[in-house]
Design a protein around this ligand. Sequence first.
Ligand code: PEP
Ligand code: MN
Length: 348
Amino acid sequence: MSHFFDKTDSPYIIAGPCSIESYAQFSESVEALSQIAGVRMIRCGVWKPRTRPGDFEGLGEEALQWVEQLKQRFPDLLFATEVATPQHLELCLKHGIDAVWIGARTSGSPFSVSELCEALKGLRIPVLVKNPLIPDIKLWAGAIERVLNAGIADVAAVHRGFFLDNNLGYRNNPLWKIPIELKRQHPDLPLFCDPSHICGKAELVAKVSQTAMDLSFDGLMIETHANPADALTDARQQITPRQLASLIAELRIPNKGKNVPDELQLLRQEIDTIDNSLLQLLGQRNDISLKIAEIKRSNNLSVLQLDRWERLLQGHLAEAESMGLNAEYVRRIFEEIHAESVRLQSER
Ligand code: PEP
Ligand code: MN
């Protein structure tokens, strides 16, 4: 179990530039961040996974030497960088990096994760695992489990959103149900949010950071740059150390589940009763659907009756709208209900 990323009432803050670009840029950022209460670890990209060739790919080992120097100047800060290969890891160890993370383009590749894990065996370095680009919880949990199986005690997950068709105005869709499910499966695993890569725009970062706190995330990894406009990578989403300081100061940190007021308790009971009724109704609906399947079969009618389904769906959507319910939400629910009914009737 992890003790390095200890769970406390205040969030564990990791901040720093997307990439180390020069000694001056890096030391200016670190110096400013060292003065912000709550910042415990500096993130700093040394090898950058770029989508297309020709873009800035990081300074490699030269940048690690600067990390070593700054570690001496700021002994209270820890330093972490992204590793994608065993060679990266070896160089990080050589230069005394405190923690590493596996990025979104690597965590989705079981071959790469396995290779890294071979190299991690016997090491004590803390490892953060970002979610893969696609929203496959098994792939994310699988990468985490591989790192745990390599004997790494200090493991944490980092939610950085998913690249989907519809990203809801974000660079990467937060799809909060995925990290929530990861938390359900691994309740003791520290869970970080990287609002920078979710948002893609500096002005959204504070709001997404707050959502992460409301969802009981344990920490934040936020890209900060002394002059975001000049950044060689991810310029639009980086915030200044000053902006980070006010973001941290304004975060509302919820109590961790203690002292539930009576009023909340009562409303929760109501929700539980409603959920229970929903389940009963779904069960009743399935029973009727199976009776319908028998009648369709004996009358040689097809299971799928598209025009009836279309009519029902439009009716539900109109009703939802008149009730002020979100039409997309209602559509998703009825699509699931209908798909289950078709499945039951076809497997009969
Ligand atoms: C990064 O942290 O700079 C990075 C490349 O992130 P991700 O792997 O989440 O895209
Ligand atoms: Mn970045």
